[in-house]
Write a protein that binds this ligand. Structure first.
Ligand code: TXA
Ligand code: MG
Length: 322
């Protein structure tokens, strides 16, 4: 594909105005959200959305989340049942994506929805994302701003490492807070289904809907993003390791770190899952760049944000097809 000059935009008024102008012109702009950096394009413009798939090398059947600045805008784009409405009111703006039936005449393009009759919607809370969405004045389709199958970016430098020369601009808003992607819940009439654990823990969602989330069936029709191998570093991964093996780098968690690894990064020396989530993708990138052929990962508890962290690690460890 053609090589572009990727502009670095500061997260100030001038940068936000320029990013809004680029999005309205059908261009690709990466921007921070509270979860990870997104690669944004005008969700109503099929050609702009096609450019996202091309820049990422993403399979075209995988639908994109449409981001909007306000709950009101989101409600206009989909059909929200009682559970979806309650979740929107409880967690937006924030790290939750709701998959709902698309509203008749809704503005999100077919391509952004990958032809489905549902739409994934999110109202991010990050101030730069909020300002950018307001400046764009339309829904912005944005997958994580990495090459398809790579680790999600939590800094502007990560975005450039994957996409420099392939996108028009990146807004630098510093490292993201949450560090793992949004929780995705499908509300399609029956019991709400957890499609992807993420920044809002399961318990918090179940408290709002007053019942357990249903499990995703794993059918690619509803959650194509749950493809097993995803979020992959180049190094092989070994999970729930109690000690590093020969030549392994160690991704540690908690105060007690077994000795012997050539490279060690600790997700959270105090065992704090929020800190671990924020560090996850950055630490994976750094250990990968250290040249280790394998990364051993210490056990992470599965409660709260630990469910999302364990999910991403399991995908990173899954057998690769490419
Ligand atoms: O935190 C996040 O969610 C980040 C930031 C940028 O918002 N975005 C993100 O996007 O992680 P992406 O494209 O990497 O993952 C979105 C997932 C995909 O797995 C996709 O299959 C699923 O959302 N998705 C989107 N729309 C859907 C729909 N209508 N039905 C089922 N799954 C959908
Ligand atoms: Mg992604």
């Amino acid at each position: 594909m053609t090589t572009l000059t990727t502009h670095r935009l500061d997260a100030d008024a001038a940068g936000i105005a320029e990013a809004g102008r680029l999005l309205r012109a059908g261009r690709l702009v990466a921007f921070p959200t509270e979860t990870v950096y997104g690669l944004g394009a005008d969700a109503t413009d099929g050609r702009a959305v096609a450019a996202i798939y091309a820049a990422k090398g993403r399979p075209s059947f995988n639908p994109l989340i449409a981001h909007v600045a306000t709950v009101g805008e989101a409600l206009a784009l989909g059909a929200f049942d009682a559970a979806a409405t309650a979740l929107a009111r409880a967690f937006w703006p924030g790290p939750l994506t709701l998959v709902v039936p698309v509203a008749p005449g809704g503005a999100v393009s077919d391509l952004a929805r990958a032809g489905l009759d549902t739409v994934g919607l999110r109202v991010p809370s990050h101030p730069v994302a909020q300002a950018l969405l307001a400046a764009a004045g339309r829904p912005v389709a944005a997958p994580s701003a990495n090459r398809s199958g790579h680790v999600s970016p939590t800094t502007a430098a990560h975005v450039l490492a994957d996409l420099d020369g392939r996108i028009d601009a990146v807004m630098d808003g510093g490292p993201t807070d949450v560090g793992v992607e949004s929780t995705i819940v499908a509300c399609l009439g029956g019991d709400p289904v957890l499609l992807r654990p993420g920044g809002v823990p399961r318990d918090a969602i179940e408290a709002v809907i007053g019942r357990p989330l249903a499990a995703a069936t794993g059918e690619a029709t509803i959650a194509p993003g749950m493809l097993a191998s995803h979020y992959a570093p180049d190094a092989a991964m070994r999970l729930d390791a109690t000690a590093p093996g020969p030549g392994e780098a160690l991704l540690a968690f908690g105060p007690v770190v077994p000795p012997g690894a050539a490279e060690v990064l600790n997700l959270s020396p105090t065992g704090d899952l929020a800190e671990a989530a924020a560090n996850l993708f950055g630490h994976l990138r750094r250990l990968d760049a250290s040249g280790a052929r394998r990364i051993a990962v210490m056990p992470i508890p599965s409660e709260g944000l630990g469910e999302a962290i364990r999910d991403r690690l399991a995908r990173a460890a899954a057998p690769r097809d490419a």
